[in-house]
Design a protein around this ligand. Structure first.
Ligand SMILES: [Zn+2]
Length: 653
């Protein structure tokens, strides 16, 4: 609302403004577009990757497991609800099974977007997994799905979950943008694989429809009369789709829309820690729903690159510092499910599988934008340790919530039984008692890792994340193939077979833990990268040998943990397994684990040695707090454990 004083002030400012036409009050706006920044690297398409080795095996296990079969494990959430088509949400729906929602009257139909997330995040992971494995049977099934989704698109381009009476017209929690973000990410992967222009056009039209109905700088997509929203704020990740469109078309309006969305998100009254004003307030820790916070990091980064505004760079730096306070030894960001303004803790704070994926994806985007290898180190740490360590090492199931020090997986955090309904600290292929959110993200994370193992720069091919696999791409319009033959991170020799007849720069990321290494060819060492710039001819081989050592590191609470190369180590705890549910499909169970006997160890300053290089077993002399004696304890990579101790308090007499 305006008052007379404001009008007088405005007239005064207009009268005194110089011909430069700069409005002083806007100069300091963090959302003002200055000079947009070019991203350092570009992602390749998923069609250019051929996974191998353990990464391929993991994709196969997932595809034969929850990633390929979630629709038959929870048919009521996927097959029976055509939420983007015949079952779109409308005010006419007066009765619906609302599951965990409250009594009649305290919910609105627009809230019921959950199945769109379950379906679309799952399909995104399923699509990418089937493409990477070139699995014809699954690809045929997915082609039918894509055909169906395209058939739901309205004349005006609308793709989404709301009927005409609800869409783009909300004053409260809703899933308009979120249902699109999760859907279009999967369709984008399908487009990259098939190069089907129909799919590209469908995505473009859906985004145009959104931009027409929520006009840039002239609408409020994040307005909600009550500040606790879920789907609404998840919707900020539509920036993923906008950035993909920008990267392919070069159309700046897609990036500018990212800036607008982050601005509107920041200006509304929402309980969200990633809002600009909260990020730059050093007295505020992160408090809100973890997965929102970690995914919003990359939406802010998109807004910064779209604007070039240094105020947003400051916000990113402060955001990263706040995330650091919530980060455990395994690289995960805590939140169970709220971050709650409490720092990370290896024993007393859990992290959600959704957050593991979203934080990893945000670090991937920061690496693409900046080329700064520290972000790729974070990606590797979280994927190779937190993500692997929350995935069951032998069975088809994952933990919804997990902690680095994991002493019980029986529902509550480390055996806590105060909340009878807490089931998240356990293993399941669905986790339907809580929400089917984490399993879809467990299907997404491995393909997302694989398809960012290589990136392109100006006449440069970058091995950004390390692991076995082949990339087939072009540089200078000439075909280039590079195969990484390795069992990284379980072995640290990487053989790169390069097949090309053109000049380009091959950049291989040198992980942050590397101090000693050899390269079989002439190279430059450039800020975290091994760089080979030359005219490549025929088939050439470059062998790199990283020489890891066991390092004693400290988490944010000064507890000690051990790493060997990219792997965080753990003392495994022998456990008793209990099948608490058997699914109609053979081999699928909900599983609980209790320790056979629980011993907590402390660190005495003794070195840890590699005792078996083949199976990666280590020996540590630790203090047994039960027997009050030193004891030789075996450590293994935490990604291969169920119950475990990862961090060790320092022993003091
Ligand atoms: Zn989740």
């Amino acid at each position: 609302m305006r008052n007379n004083a404001v009008i007088v002030f405005t007239i005064f400012m207009l009268a005194t403004m110089s011909c430069s036409d700069k409005k002083p009050h806007q100069q300091n706006s963090p959302f003002q577009k200055l000079t947009p920044i070019e991203e350092k690297y570009k992602p390749l398409t998923i069609a250019e990757f051929e996974p191998q080795g353990w990464l391929k095996e993991q994709l196969r296990e997932n595809l034969d497991g929850f990633a390929g079969r979630l629709d038959t494990l929870v048919p009521e959430l996927i097959m029976d609800d055509r939420i983007y088509g015949e079952d779109r949400l409308t005010k006419k729906v007066k009765h619906k099974n609302v599951g965990a929602l409250g009594e009649d009257g305290d919910w609105q139909v627009q809230f019921l977007w959950w199945n769109s997330e379950t379906q679309s995040n799952w399909r995104d992971g399923y699509i990418r997994t089937a493409i990477l494995l070139k699995d014809e049977a699954h690809l045929a099934k997915l082609q039918d799905y894509v055909n169906y989704i395209l058939s739901t698109q309205d004349e005006d381009g609308y793709l989404g979950i709301y009927d005409n009476d609800l869409r783009y017209n909300f004053d409260n929690e809703n899933g308009e943008l979120w249902a699109k973000a999760s859907l279009l990410r999967g369709l984008w992967a399908w487009y990259e694989y098939t190069k089907d222009e129909k799919v590209f056009t469908a995505i473009e039209r859906a985004v145009k429809n959104m931009m027409e109905n929520y006009p840039v700088n002239n609408s409020q997509p994040f307005y909600s009369k009550q500040p606790n929203v879920g789907g609404t704020s998840h919707g900020l990740t539509i920036t993923d789709v906008l950035e993909s469109l920008y990267r392919v078309t070069g159309n700046e309006s897609y990036r500018e829309y990212c800036l607008f969305l982050y601005k509107d998100f920041s200006e509304q009254e929402l309980n969200e820690s990633a809002q600009y004003k909260k990020l730059v307030n050093d007295t505020l820790m992160l408090t809100s729903h973890g997965v929102h916070v970690y995914e919003h990091l990359r939406s802010l980064a998109a807004a910064y690159y779209a604007s070039g505004n240094p105020e947003l760079k400051i916000a990113i730096d402060k955001f990263l510092a706040k995330i650091n306070d919530e980060t455990t030894a395994s690289g995960a960001g805590v939140g169970d499910e709220w971050i709650g303004g409490i720092k990370a803790d290896a024993t007393n704070r859990g992290y959600e599988y959704c957050s593991i994926h979203e934080l990893m994806h945000s670090y991937v985007e920061l690496f693409i934008k900046t080329g700064n290898s520290q972000y790729a180190d974070k990606v590797e740490k979280i994927f190779l340790n937190a993500a692997q360590g929350s995935r069951h090492p032998e069975q088809n199931c994952i933990a919804y919530l997990k902690s680095d020090n994991s002493y019980y997986m029986t529902g509550g955090l480390n055996g806590d039984t105060s909340d009878k309904h807490q089931t998240r600290y356990s293993y399941s292929p669905v986790h339907q008692e809580a929400a089917v959110c984490c399993v879809p993200n467990a299907a997404r994370i491995t393909p997302y890792y694989i398809q960012h193992t290589w990136l392109k720069g100006e006449n440069t091919l970058v091995a950004s994340l390390l692991g076995p696999g082949t990339v087939n791409t072009t540089l200078n319009d000439a075909p280039v193939q590079v195969s990484a033959i390795t069992n990284y991170p379980f072995e640290n020799t990487l053989v790169f077979n390069v097949t090309a007849d053109t000049e380009f720069e091959l950049k291989i990321r040198k992980p942050d833990w590397v101090t000693t290494y050899t390269v079989s060819a002439e190279y430059q060492d450039e800020s975290g990268f091994i760089v080979l710039k030359k005219k490549w001819s025929g088939k050439e081989t470059v062998t790199i040998d990283f020489k890891p050592e066991v390092i004693a590191q400290r988490d944010i609470n000064n507890e000690v943990y051990f790493s060997y190369g990219a792997l965080v180590l753990a003392s495994p705890i022998a456990s008793v397994e209990e099948r608490v549910k058997t699914f109609p499909i053979p081999g699928f169970y909900n599983l609980h684990y209790s320790p056979k006997s629980l011993t907590i160890y402390e660190y005495m300053g003794e070195p840890v040695r590699l005792s078996d290089p083949t199976s990666l077993r280590f020996k540590a002399m630790l203090w047994n707090t039960g027997t009050k004696n030193t004891e030789e304890v075996e450590l293994i990579p935490m990604g291969k454990t169920i119950l475990r101790q990862v961090t060790f308090k320092e022993y003091s007499k």
